[in-house]
Design a protein around this ligand. Structure first.
Ligand SMILES: Nc1ncnc2c1ncn2[C@@H]1O[C@H](COP(=O)(O)OP(=O)(O)OP(=O)(O)O)[C@@H](O)[C@H]1O
Length: 854
């Protein structure tokens, strides 16, 4: 009917359509038969899809709703340059122009082809009159809704005024054209329902599958030296390209971090390891930001470590990798951020270095947003949606269920893509499953040794563990006598609570749609630093964990100021001050039942501390504060105690990442790596003891281990990154890494020494084991494996069943693992494996009453 190519050439000066999809969409729209939804990535030429058809109906006008004046201006300038009459009716339109528009559009042959309007304008009487005039005379060619995702609460740019655009349908049957960049299923659903697109609407949509991108996930806490791992990954990405490219087109990459500090630390670490990197975040001066962005774009340095603020308008073709150091916020952001890799169509990689600490921090913020939303529906929905979307990201990272690209195809409502090994799971599912399992197991192991909230090594699944729940319960019962009866009653209640929570956690994983306020509160209470967090809303009506956290933060801040300014001989460290603040907050919390009282007592306390600081008087809470005895219950405690013992340094105030880096640059090599904590002379015995208590391994001492005593626990800790069974020599060994690419570490001198030492230790252990085997052959009852090794092996073997929820509780899991380990003290690896296999075969569900049998 129309010669579209001719119109394209004559009016838009293009020789051909940008893509087949663009051509098809224009073809369909031109017919004016159906509503059309165009979903294509930015820059793919969506505007032409309505601009060209608008020219095909010379005595009609096309109305275009667009959210921003700046976008409108751009479009009008572009069309004016092409001599196409386009104008805008908005709050800034001067009276003369407004009159011209209204007069022109009321004629039989208006000269205006496209009229751009902000959605806010659509609600004005002037527009309503104009609209009914045009409709009555059948003068509208198309109603176009640009950036249509603004109708959706799932989108980032939700604009309530967009919701009103569907109402225009009441009085008109003009075809609607909705345009959006690649949108998720929920957003598309919202567009269709809000704009009331007809049931026969046609969709023109680009597939979200990026076949040149390879996706995978690694776990930060399974890596011995995560920054080195990152370095080798980056090197492999940057080296694989041709050398002929211009400087600006040389391979480069982005490392996305959650916080400004992280960008600084990662950039520093990479630079230190020989990969020139700079950071980019909102805290930099404008000039610096621009300079760094340009430097990266010009190819002055290959890696930029940035918060997600980096990337808007950055369209560099030769990005060979995008790393997320932590966890992306949601599938849509992840798609967009990782999609900055491989714009030139060449093979590129997208990797997440997952961290539970990051997950915890994000969950906490999400819970906070939800709490802040109070009962406002729109905000609550938004906060709930953010939690659901984040849950998908967590599942993506923590499991190895399905092709990584499916995260996106599911999100965009597309059929599963033909991945063909373009992700780690499709390439080697078994290996990835094992890695995910090791990660889960690691979380369980650390949760056994951690009784307080420890962000870096936060426990999996449970609300701070048994002791935390017990502590909460005790708090409620503190008035009563601690009789045996009441204790067992409380333990029973705690067990019930815990099981219920576990069930909810699992339910949450199964069906993230079913989130209730209570569940979320419970879920996030484990992240909280406040004492008895889980009891918050029961104790003080209307009080949220987030509010308590805010007061706690304030208390930490004012106490820190008071301490640094008013105490001469400082011995407390950051954790002491936090604990002191937590005690203060808790004392108010436990003495109150009304929210207003809670707030005012805290406010008064904060004011008092401030006034003491002003008068240079140490606050009594600090003057009489006795730091809690070191229990070595968390890794953080352990590090802190060792640090205190080793360094004997006074509190110097807290340092920013920058200061730390500067200190390091000045040669402060005191603590180059975590390992070096455990490698310094003199304190070995103490540290070993600390590790023993940390891992609950106090029974190996009766075993004869010549040559291997020194550093035994170091080895366990070092190797804790992952462990594997060496099939060939029948011995459980610990691996410093289970990562294929990480094969060529360049150790520093000290690390080489450590490594040699470890090898010597391992050899000694080999000799020791062989000796033990010979002795066993001589029928002496000597254990074939260390107790700790048996323990780890059993835990590893039981973990898949735990992940499949076959244990009724975490306690049962622990007790079973312990009982089996004890029972198999004199068995070898094969026997242990066989036993556990049979045990799991014979017991589908494992409860506290399941007998081990041996
Ligand atoms: N057929 C074509 N041939 C060549 N270039 C084209 C063609 N169609 C559009 N373009 C150009 O492609 C670029 C991107 O087009 P456009 O701005 O319409 O993309 P878009 O998908 O609307 O992006 P956004 O989501 O940012 O609005 C523009 O410079 C436009 O002139």
């Amino acid at each position: 009917m129309f010669n579209l190519e001719e119109v394209l050439k004559t009016n838009f000066k293009f020789n051909s359509f940008k893509s087949k999809l663009q051509e098809d969409a224009i073809n369909e729209i031109s017919k004016r038969e159906n509503d059309v939804l165009v979903s294509m990535p930015t820059g793919s030429g969506k505007s032409l899809c309505y601009q060209l058809p608008a020219l095909l109906y010379p005595d009609k006008v096309t109305l275009v709703f667009s959210p921003l004046l700046a976008l409108i201006k751009d479009q009008i300038d572009h069309l004016t340059a092409l001599k196409i009459k386009a104008t805008s009716l908005n709050s800034k339109t001067v009276a003369a122009e407004r009159n011209f528009i209204l007069t022109d559009l009321k004629t039989n042959s208006p000269s205006i082809r496209l009229l751009y309007i902000t959605p806010e304008q659509a609600a004005t009487q002037t527009f309503k009159d104009l609209f009914s005039n045009l409709t009555n005379r059948d003068k509208i060619a198309f109603i176009v809704v640009d950036e249509a995702h603004c109708v959706s609460e799932w989108g980032h740019d939700f604009r309530p005024d967009y919701l009103k655009l569907g109402v225009l349908r009441d009085n008109s049957d003009v075809p609607y054209i909705a345009l959006t960049a690649t949108a998720g299923v929920e957003v598309v659903k919202d567009i269709v329902s809000s704009l009331r697109l007809s049931t026969s609407f046609k969709t023109f949509k680009t597939s979200s599958f990026r076949r040149n991108l390879f996706y995978d996930v690694y776990y930060q806490n399974l890596l011995d030296r995560p920054y080195e791992h990152l370095k080798y990954f980056i090197k492999s990405c940057l080296e694989s390209q041709d050398d002929d490219a211009t400087k600006a087109n040389k391979p480069c990459g982005i490392v996305y971090c959650r916080t400004r500090e992280q960008t600084e630390v990662v950039a520093f670490k990479l630079s230190e390891l020989g990969i020139k990197s700079l950071c980019y975040h909102a805290g930099l001066k404008n000039k610096e930001r621009l300079e760094y962005q340009e430097g990266w774009q010009n190819g002055d340095f290959p890696v930029i470590c940035a918060t997600i603020s980096f990337g808007m308008g950055v369209d560099k073709a030769s990005v060979r990798f995008v790393v997320h150091w932590g966890v992306p916020k949601d599938p849509a952001s992840f798609y967009q951020e990782s999609g900055r890799a491989g714009r030139d169509g060449r093979a590129s990689k997208c990797r997440v270095y997952y961290s539970r600490a990051d997950r915890g921090a994000i969950e906490f913020h999400l819970a906070h947003d939800l709490a802040k939303a109070k009962k406002k529906k729109a905000r609550t929905n938004k906060a709930q949606n953010a939690i659901k979307a984040f849950t998908k990201m967590v599942e993506y990272c923590e499991t190895a269920k399905e092709c990584r690209h499916r995260l996106f195809s599911n999100h965009f409502g597309e059929p599963p893509p033909d991945c063909r090994n373009r992700c780690d799971i499709c390439r080697n599912k078994k290996e990835v499953e094992e890695r995910a399992q090791n990660f889960l197991m690691r979380c369980i192991q650390f949760s056994e040794t951690s009784t307080s909230v420890d962000v870096e090594f936060d426990s999996d699944l449970y609300e701070g563990g048994k002791s935390k729940i017990k502590e909460d319960t005790e708090w409620y019962n503190q008035a009563g006598e601690d009789s045996e009866d009441s204790t067992s009653h409380r333990e029973e209640a705690a067990r019930r609570d815990r099981n219920e929570l576990i069930q909810k956690q699992f339910a949450l994983r199964r069906n993230p749609q079913e989130l209730s306020h209570g569940t979320i509160n419970k879920l996030f209470s484990k992240r909280s630093r406040v004492l008895a967090a889980a009891s918050t809303s029961n104790k003080v009506n209307g009080l949220t964990i987030a509010t308590r956290e805010q007061y706690l933060s304030k208390l930490v801040e004012v106490l820190t100021d008071n301490y640094t300014q008013c105490c001469e001989n400082r011995t407390f460290d950051k954790k002491d001050l936090e604990e002191c603040a937590a005690d203060l907050e808790y004392s108010t919390f436990s003495a109150t039942t009304a929210l207003t009282v809670y707030r005012s007592v805290n406010a008064k306390m904060i004011a008092n501390i401030r006034s003491n600081t002003k008068e240079k008087r140490l606050d009594p809470s600090l003057e009489f504060y006795t730091p809690k005895p070191s229990k070595n219950e968390t890794i953080a405690d352990l590090f802190r105690n060792i640090e205190n013992t080793n360094a004997g340094t006074a509190f110097e105030g807290f340092k920013t990442a920058n200061q730390l880096m500067n200190d390091k640059a000045k040669g402060d090599k005191k603590q180059a790596t975590i390992n070096s904590f455990f490698k310094s002379k003199g304190e070995d015995k103490t540290k070993q003891d600390k590790f023993k208590s940390l891992f609950g391994d106090d029974t190996d001492s009766n075993r004869s281990t010549p040559n291997n005593e020194e550093g035994k626990n170091e080895e366990i800790f070092d190797s804790f990154t992952s462990f594997k069974m060496k099939k060939d020599d029948d011995i459980v060994t610990f691996e410093t890494t289970n990562v294929r690419e990480y094969t060529k570490p360049e150790f520093s001198k000290d690390e080489k020494k450590d490594d040699t030492k470890r090898k010597v230790d391992e050899q000694a252990h080999d000799i020791d084991s062989k000796k033990a085997k010979i002795e066993d052959g001589n029928s002496r009852k000597v254990p074939k494996l260390k107790k700790s090794e048996i323990g780890l092996l059993v835990v590893k073997l039981l973990t898949p069943a735990y992940a499949e929820r076959r244990f009724d509780s975490r306690d049962t899991f622990k007790t079973t693992a312990r009982s089996i380990s004890h029972a198999l003290l004199y068995k070898d690896e094969a026997e242990i494996k066989q036993f556990v296999r049979n045990f799991l075969k014979n017991h589908e569900k494992i409860t506290a009453t399941t007998t081990i049998g041996c």
